[in-house]
Design a protein around this ligand. Structure first.
Ligand SMILES: O=C(COP(=O)(O)O)N(O)CCCCO
Ligand code: NA
Ligand SMILES: [Zn+2]
Length: 311
């Protein structure tokens, strides 16, 4: 069934596991993710960025949003696993309202680059509107390093746990993304991978609410090797190691945003297939390996996060 993200995350919060939130831009990634969820009998959070809304709607974000709602609902209504649709990194009021109007389960208001009081004000405005429409809300505190959807944020500012408690009380958001040292994309760490577990622990103790980890892709070595075997150059790529990811779940992370790992898996499968099948031009065939690799990465992640058999 199509459910509210809050319902999925409240259960995960109680039972201390995490649910992956996978980004999509098209049908094929959605198919592969849903196949993984069926195989693992796991709840799924499908998420789209504002860029994905524009892309699918060919420039019209409301058309893109309603296309994604219709696609996701079609799958969700025909399956036993709970599936929610989330707007990731909502920054533009118009896009956030479009997602709410189209029927998204939840929206993220990302005002993490604003001073605290402004972040609170903006977030409160969105919470009021979203809650009136039965939509749950995610916000972010602190700043990720790396590139956030082509906006380079200078350096990562880690969450202040006391500020987090004040923020959630003031805004009544349903789930919070505390910045603890991750960043978006495939180049997360210069040296050794390290996250601030102490801050995460404190935020959980102070808020007791479902928490979100952004920039959580692991950069799956197997997929890097396949892609590089067929012409990709992913030199220097490094993600969040599995043991560190598991530790964040143990400490209270319940939603794990994953985009880069699926992108790399898809392109690895596409490169491999096209190289080995020079005569093929049927889209139902040449994207097959790509989808199979995405499904594999999805299934492994659902297992690792502990959401398998939790549907
Ligand atoms: O936090 C994440 C996941 O980040 P990643 O998959 O790059 O680790 N997202 O919000 C997905 C969109 C960011 C661009 O990749
Ligand atoms: Na999000
Ligand atoms: Zn993110």
């Amino acid at each position: 069934p199509y459910v509210n993200t809050k319902d999925i995350l409240e259960k995960a919060n109680k039972e201390y596991y995490a649910v992956a939130a996978f980004n999509i831009n098209n049908l094929e990634f959605l198919q592969a993710i849903v196949e993984g969820g069926i195989e693992k009998k796991s709840p799924l959070i499908i998420e789209t960025s504002e860029g994905a809304m524009k892309y699918a709607g060919m420039g019209d974000p409301l058309r893109g949003a309603s296309l994604f709602v219709k696609m996701v609902r079609e799958f969700a209504d025909s399956l036993d696993i709970p599936i929610a649709l989330h707007l990731d990194h909502g920054k533009n009021f118009k896009y956030i309202i479009s997602a709410i109007k189209a029927g998204y389960s939840s929206v993220m208001i990302d005002a993490s680059d604003k001073p605290l009081e402004e972040n609170i004000k903006t977030t409160k405005d969105i919470v009021r509107i979203a809650h009136a429409a039965g939509v749950s809300v995610e916000a972010e505190l602190g700043k990720l390093a790396g590139i956030e959807d082509n906006v380079a944020s200078s350096e990562s500012v880690l969450v202040n746990p006391d500020e987090a408690k004040y923020f959630v009380e003031e805004t009544q958001v349903d789930f919070l993304a505390p910045a603890i040292g991750t960043s978006h994309g495939a180049f997360k760490f210069k040296g050794e991978a390290k996250l601030d577990f102490d801050r995460l622990k404190k935020v959980k103790e102070l808020t007791k609410m479902p928490l979100v980890l952004h920039g959580a892709s692991s950069v799956v070595q197997e997929m890097v090797e396949i892609a590089e075997n067929y012409g990709a150059d992913f030199g220097g790529s490094k993600g969040v190691p599995s043991d560190i990811l598991k530790e964040t779940v143990r400490l209270g992370i319940n939603k794990v945003n994953t985009d880069t790992d699926l992108r790399m898996a898809f392109v690895a499968g596409l490169r491999e297939f096209l190289h080995n099948n020079p005569k093929e031009f049927d889209p139902r065939k040449y994207m097959d390996t790509a989808k199979a690799y995405v499904k594999k990465v999805v299934s492994d992640r659902l297992e690792l996060l502990g959401s398998a058999n939790k549907a």
